[in-house]
Design a protein around this ligand. Structure first.
Ligand code: SF4
Length: 309
């Protein structure tokens, strides 16, 4: 069986920073440290950090006063920041800087009097955090039907912002539809939202041109992993979203001679190895790495932590 590995795949700079934040907090402050929400949406990453002494909670009420507390890469609203201050928590903010950038864009548009439209999944923690960072009403949309149903007058000052991890093409077509309805709407270039999402989506499209079936390794909770699976399906390549090698099913590869593999931005490379180990037990493998785009993005650690030498 031929295996083709997408490039880039797996951890992005925001996830590396978030995981390193928890590990360094454990080293520098000692266990336990508290993490609000899953630090990134991957059960293996979460379990590994749990084993090292991190405690994951959904609400700050579950955290004792003045404890070391980490906000996940998805970001939080102002209400959560205020509550943390009120409880005297020692906060390390692992919000991805590219998510913080969206918060800033939204706040600036609102401060200039624009009605902000946020393109995103209403229940996703990143969207909930972004809504909580903008001190004005924001409309969340995710579908063309919702764009069609907007009732703003043509002279309303409108601005859009977007969730970082959606399909770049879907987001682009929603923005184009918004621009057709409201030609004066302003907002950032959708192709500049997140380099990692853009690169992984480009790579999975390339992969689909070369293989019979695609395995996307990641959690169903991980928006960017789900999007990679959807893009492969839309390209006409059967595609499966799996957590690890244990989820692989032999029947997916009947009559197939090549398998493409990619991984969401929150998936550790160890899970790619795990899937390859499973496939090796089924077939002899010939492995090819696509050249793809190299990434050299690195984000500074949150204030309050000392980097490893
Ligand atoms: Fe940040 Fe992009 Fe990674 Fe999300 S996918 S954590 S926005 S770098």
């Amino acid at each position: 069986m031929k295996i083709v590995l997408a490039q880039p795949r797996g951890f992005c700079a925001g996830v590396i920073r978030a995981v390193e934040t928890v590990e360094l907090a454990l080293e520098q402050f000692g266990a336990p440290v508290y993490v609000r929400h899953e630090i990134v949406h991957n059960q293996h990453v979460v379990q590994d950090l749990r084993d090292k002494g991190a405690l994951f909670v959904e609400e700050l009420d579950e955290i004792p006063r003045s404890a070391v507390t980490i906000f996940s890469a998805h970001g939080v609203g102002k209400d959560v920041e205020d509550q943390a201050r009120h409880q005297g928590l020692q906060v390390l903010d692992a919000t991805c800087p590219l998510v913080s950038k969206v918060h800033n864009q939204g706040r600036q548009y609102a401060a200039r009097g624009y009605q902000v439209i946020l393109i995103g999944e209403p229940d996703h923690p990143e969207v909930i955090g972004t809504l909580g960072q903008i001190p004005a009403p924001v409309v969340v949309i995710r579908t063309e039907a919702q764009v069609a149903a907007l009732t703003f007058a043509q002279d309303t000052s409108l601005a859009y912002i977007t969730q970082t991890t959606l399909s770049v093409d879907d987001t682009h077509s929603l923005v184009e539809m918004l621009k057709r309805r409201y030609p004066k709407i302003i907002g950032p270039d959708t192709r500049d939202i997140c380099y990692a999402v853009q690169n992984r989506q480009t790579a999975v499209r390339e992969l689909c041109r070369k293989v019979d079936v695609v395995l996307v390794i990641g959690s169903p909770k991980s928006a960017n992993s789900v999007t990679l699976r959807d893009i492969a399906e839309e390209a006409g390549t059967p595609s499966y979203l799996i957590a690890d090698g244990g989820s692989v099913r032999r029947g997916w590869f009947d009559d197939k001679s090549s398998i493409g593999i990619t991984a969401g931005a929150s998936t550790p490379e160890a899970m790619v190895e795990d899937v390859l180990d499973t496939l090796k037990r089924i077939f002899p493998l010939e492995i090819e790495n696509l050249p793809g785009r190299e990434e050299h993005v690195h984000f500074r650690l949150p204030d309050g932590l000392i980097a490893r030498q």
